[in-house]
Design a protein around this ligand. Sequence first.
Ligand SMILES: Nc1ncnc2c1ncn2[C@@H]1O[C@H](COP(=O)(O)OP(=O)(O)OP(=O)(O)O)[C@@H](O)[C@H]1O
Length: 801
Amino acid sequence: MIAAMPLLAPPRADAPEARSPRTPPTLRARSVIPGRQRWEVPILCRRPALAHVVERFLNEDVSIVEARVNPVTGSVLVLHAPNTPSRFIAGLVRDAVTRSLACTDAEHTAAPVDAVNHPDIRPRQGAGAGDGRVPLGGSGGRPGPARLGKWSAVLLGGGAAAVAITACGKFALTVLGQPLISLGLAAAATAVVVRKAWRRQADREQPGSREVAMWRRPLRRIVGRHRRQLGAATALSVFAQLAEITLYALVPSIVLVLARGESAFLARLGVAGVATQLPVLVGAAALACLTMAALGYGADVAWRRLGQTIEDDWRIRTYAHVQRLAPVDLENERTSRVNTVLTEDISQLGSFVGTNLHDVVQLATSLAVLVPVYLLLAPQLAWVAFAPVPLVAWLSFRSHERAVADHVASGKHRWRLHNRMADNLQAHTTIKVTCTETHETTRVSELSREYRDANRSTDRSAAAQTQILRLSACSALVGTLLLGGRAVLGGGLPAEAFGPLIEMPGNALGKLTRLGTITDQYQRTLAALGRVQALNDLPVESGADLPHLPTQRVKGEIELRKVTFAYPGRQATLRSTSLAIAAGRTTGIVGPTGAGKSTIAKLLMRFRHADQGQVLLDGVDVRDLGLSDLRHAIGYVTQEPFLFDSTIAENIRYGTFHATDAQLIAAAHTAGAHSFIADLPAGYDTLVGERGAALSGGQKQRIALARTILRDPPIVILDEATSAVDNETEASIQRALQVFGSNRTMIVIAHRLATVRGADRIYVLGDSGLVTEHGTHEELLALGGTYTNLWTLQAGQQVSA
Ligand SMILES: Nc1ncnc2c1ncn2[C@@H]1O[C@H](COP(=O)(O)OP(=O)(O)OP(=O)(O)O)[C@@H](O)[C@H]1O
């Protein structure tokens, strides 16, 4: 029996990280891909009890599908919905670790975490009777004592404030009645609310946005050279908002004129008598209404257009940059990350400008009007108008955070349901074969019901939050009516000055309710800008400015001189490899899988660079040749060629866009593709589908071969380019290629020795790209080495086949 030990022992001296639970734990991203993240958390290393609690906290979170913590390595694996922002998950991991660490404190004062199924976890003696569950508080899932402490503080603070106001209510009212003091207090309180919310959101959802915000004028970077458009959209927004405020001010004034008979202010302006004043005021209101609608429409269109222009601008610029990146930056999972930046992040920049900036300008205009108007016309009411500002700002942030959490919760259910349905559709044959239709229908119904229930509670809370926000915003209206009415009755405020002020705070506060969303969007935009900028900062392939190499001057003599090369983090693929490829001849390269044959082609095309040694073309190091010229001189056909989702003709013409139909068909003939293309109902106009899905492997290879033949480069590399075609077709392609290949440097990489049999020279590679044999087919057979063994083996296989 394992001896009982403290529930969560403090970090051991030999633990990799010993820190106070108050300092944020160190997290290092190991891999972050949509739907799956792996983090390294040193503090969890060799602390099984802590790791177990972190795992439980994470698995209790609705946004996480599954979490696994390895106490030996301190690695945390999180599986989640692919559309959940990865930063959000990172925040959850950090939060779970912090909360688990905080339990170390809590165990002194409250119920322990528990003695659940883990031998390391035992309640401390006298620490309270655990019920076998982690004490979680409400939706936040925080340990009870922490929440209790927070609420006690709120209650104590509220109580103290109430006592203070009762005790010195008159004094407080007198102080608040000073407009500048009330304005200052409201501004300070709002600043505190915004700052706290900003930090919370930045830490939980968008790490990195704070750093980007430190850049000088991030908005200016986003907008770039479209400042004029920004100015025009801003002006339209400001005037539309002024028209709206005017309308809000005119309506109560009209009612006032009707009630009191006449407006002294208008009479002083020469518009006397209610019969004249009424149509003037109504006309002004109608004009304000029209202006508001027209300018509002103009502003909306201008902002949307600006958003789209910015998006378009960034996308084109970034895409052009991505095209010039080294292939190494676009391999494997990096492609999906780059794709996310090009699509989602750049859309975020555009949509923030297109939708949220409009709101920001309107809010700023409302406050810019509200403050001086109140200070001028009714300074004694200013505190009523300003007091709800921090409260509404706080509620706006809270409701937005809740909305995000709700959205994540329902997103998890939606993801499960969609996954199940997509799986079932793909597995329809299996389901039919196993007669499990009813079973699957039941499973989908259950998931659908869970999703419906999750949505119901999300909808309820969203509706409640909207109304709570409205209610708080309306409190300003009630306060203004109450205190303003009393001031008018007491003679301290002229009714004519009070009328236009009634609706103004409500209008401004209504806009303030969007503050949470705007701040959140701003942070997302900053984080997106950071990623877009990082992509744009990646170095491009060098060599565009190197000496020109006209294709017609290329002879095609290639040499690898003691080349050593290793992919990052791998053993050397080529170790001091040397080989010479004669100009205008056909050279075969054979060898076991992984020997480095394709790597030689990549080095020649400068997709990668040799760590040592040189790759020479016509005696010049390829690094000293113009990149575009070098690649123009080489035609490279791979085993798995890429076909675009268009017609066969367009795919063959890709790169030689002006080729005539006759040239196109001639190339297809040489590649052995014409006969099968001609048999298709739409011939050369046949759509090949996504990545050539509507064609067989051998057909795709022949189209790619035709594409290179049409380009007519002086050097051609066929890297298993005909591996998927049958022997007979390959033999006929080879016959056709003999004409095409005369006076052209051809490098044929193949496993099937029959493919290279006719080559002028064949290199046999061994481990680490070492050349073990070379010569013609006959010379190699005479050697009786590896090549002979392979040939005998393959010939035997053919005979038995
Ligand atoms: N992008 C890469 N990153 C890391 N390692 C790589 C990469 N590409 C290839 N390798 C490794 O380099 C070695 C040589 O690969 P290469 O594709 O050149 O072999 P090959 O001789 O052409 O093999 P095959 O006959 O199977 O096509 C292999 O061990 C492979 O795993």
